[in-house]
Every structure is written in structure tokens, then in C-alpha cells.
Write a protein that binds this ligand. Sequence first.
Ligand SMILES: [Zn+2]
Length: 266
Amino acid sequence: METVEPYHLLLVSFFGALWGSFLNVCIYRIPLGESIVFPASRCPHCHKNIAWYDNIPVVGWLMLRGHCRHCQKAISPLYPLIEVVTALLTVHIVLVFGFSWTTLALITLGYAFLVLMVIDLYHYILPNVITLPGILIGLTVAALPQVGPPIATLHDALIGAAIGGGGLWAFAWIFEKITGKVGMGLGDVKLMGMIGAWLGWQALAFTLFFAALLGSIVGLCWIGLMGRDRAKPIPFGPYLVLSAWSYLFIGAQVYEWYFRTTVPGY
Ligand SMILES: [Zn+2]
């Protein structure tokens, strides 16, 4: 943990919430194939432009009590929720890694992860416009000398992208040929390539294992408690994202513990 002035944290959380507002635009528009830059924010129902004072993160939504100023239709609480989550995510990274290039890189990754996760939850897709540049940007960031752990070295990032993308693609292909079932979507494979590019090949086993574990637990609870239809697909992206994000903070300790308990004389 780094020591950060409370005043700076307040600024960081405001900065995070503003970016959260932009992430909302990405989450809403990318699945529709729309531009994320133009036009300005509009009501999803009546398409009237949203004034800047109604667009202030969280506050705008609260002042309007979750309804559009023009058509009075409800605005999803997901919007302020994303803004709050983005602010907390940003504050957490700054608290752990201080003000550094590594923090900037992790914030970029965290924002991309958040957008991917929410889009996958709602649309069952992990858009190529995020995952493919995500792999390239990850490799570029890994090559920068200013950026340190938990961002991978270029060597580990290249192997990570190759195993995460290529290796898992081959695995998914063989799995499908043998079982006739789609075990893992290609979007998940590209996401794993992106995770490998940012966090190195070391992150892949951890991510896959905990995503599968988390997915099974949530899936079983969901079927058991709410009678969810088993045949309906469960998006895997959110679990991959949550696991990869946990790896950033606890990955090294979990590996250490695992090898100490399973490998004699480690
Ligand atoms: Zn409206």
C-alpha cells in the first residue's frame, strides 16, 4: 500500500467516476456498433441530448431520480453503478500502486476489463474491437521500461499472448471436435490472449482455474436457487475478468502457497 493524500484520493475518485461515465457510453454503444466519440450523450429512449449538468457522474442520475428530464422514462441504475465501480477501481489501484506508469497501465486494463465484463453479461459477446487492440496494447505496455510488475515483462507477455490466444484456441478446437460441444467461445480465447499479453503467461493457469471454479459455483447456485435453464449459455468472460483481476493482487501468494503444499522441498 502506498500513502496517498486524502485530497488526492478525492480527485482520483472524481476522475474515476468521469471515466465511468465514458465507460457507460462504451458499454451501451459498442454492442450496437456505434461510435463511442460522437454524438454526445443521449437518452436511450427519446434520443434527446443530455445536458452536462444531468450528465455529472452519479449526481446527475440522483438529481433526476433515475428518470430522463425529457421523456420521464427510467434510466437504468446500472449507469451510476458503473460510475461508482469505476471510481472505486481507480482509487484501489492508486492506493496499492501509487502514482506511477504501472498504475496508469493497470487503470487502462481495469477499464477495458469492466467494459468487457458488462457487455458479456448482457450480450454474450466479447467484442473484437476491445480484445484485439487489447492484446496489442498489452504487448506495447509490457515493452515500456517505465512499467513494472504486476504488468508482465515483454518476454512473458509474448509467451502469454501466444499461449492465451493460440494455445487455448487449439484446445477449444480439439474440445469441440471430440465432444461436439462448444466449451469456450472464441471471444473467451481472445480475452485470454489479452490477459496473457498484459499479465504474462504465469497468469493464465490461475485465471482459467479460478474462473472455472467461480463459474461452477455461481452456475450451480443459479440453477439450484432460481431454477435457471441449464441449456441457456452462461457467459464465461466475467469470470475470466474477475479471476485475472484477482491474480493482480493475490496471484503470487496463491502460487507460492500451492507449490509449498504440493511440491516436496519447494
Ligand atoms: Zn428520454
